[in-house]
Design a protein around this ligand. Sequence first.
Ligand code: FAD
Length: 304
Amino acid sequence: MSSAYKPSRYVSRSRLKVSFEFFPPKTEEMETTLWESVERLAPLEPSFVSVTYGAGGSTRERTHATVSRIIKNTSLSPAAHLTCVAATKPEVDEVIRDYWSAGVRHIVALRGDPVGGVGTKYESHPGGYEGSPELVAGIKAIGDFEVSVSAYPERHPESPSLDTDIEMLKRKVDAGATRAITQFFFDNDVYLRYLDRVRAAGITIPIVPGIVPVQNFKQTAGFAARTGASVPDWLARRFDGLENDPATRKLIAAAVAAEQALDLVDRGVTEFHFYTMNRADLVYAVCHLLGMRPKEAAPSAVAA
Ligand code: FAD
């Protein structure tokens, strides 16, 4: 190795903030995996951990049960996702009040996908919240919640233009949102160009990049196609030929996600939201490469 090699990317753990996203488990086995993952990631002291809300409110009870268990059994700060699809305002308001009663103080407020699925026309529920800005305002009217919202560096599939998306983001901020979390992306230039446009539109809240470690390339590519995220050819090539080699796939996935996050750190990003898919290993490895260490073992040599 050349003596010119310098690991310049190590950053002080205290400069970085991370959050982790989970989904509510459906089965006992999935429940065990989730709590093992939460336990593994908790010592990294995330700013918050978020729990998704199933399409059309299908996980209402399970989302509530999961955030409640996080509050009761951990010192983590949970953020409960909430959508306004297929529900009246009083029904959504009841969920918000139930979150408050359970001790939740942070909601990720979303419109949600159309009832007919991605690609069909969205119709707001008669008597329901019209869309995400109205939901944000409704949440803030009920309690002093911290509210995060979504952002789409590559345009939401229903959006005619990136400017339309940025106008929507501005409406959500005007209604009280104080953080946006992006849809996942793989091309950091796309995110940074989007950030420039968001800032030019006068939006100053953190736009936290959503990072997805590719646990399964085929599945991620399918999900990307539905959500409007592009999958670069180079990413496909990295997983090419590994269909029957899960061990190598895992190593490549950690390397790819770490490379993306480290490049963002080099370019000034200090906050990350990881889509964990309820699995800790890849995210833990990426955080380690970012210089993060569990609370008990503070970083020493790697911290700049
Ligand atoms: P918004 O930001 O409200 O809108 C996105 C764009 O869609 C707008 O800019 C606009 O161009 C267009 N649009 C919105 N409303 C209309 C309309 N009525 N007519 C025409 N165009 C319109 N989904 C879940 O079900 N549960 C979750 O827990 C969940 N968590 C998520 C977390 C993150 C960080 C992200 C990025 C997405 C998440 N989603 C979740 C997915 C999200 O619900 C979908 O992408 C949904 O289609 C849009 O909801 P939104 O709040 O992001 O949209």
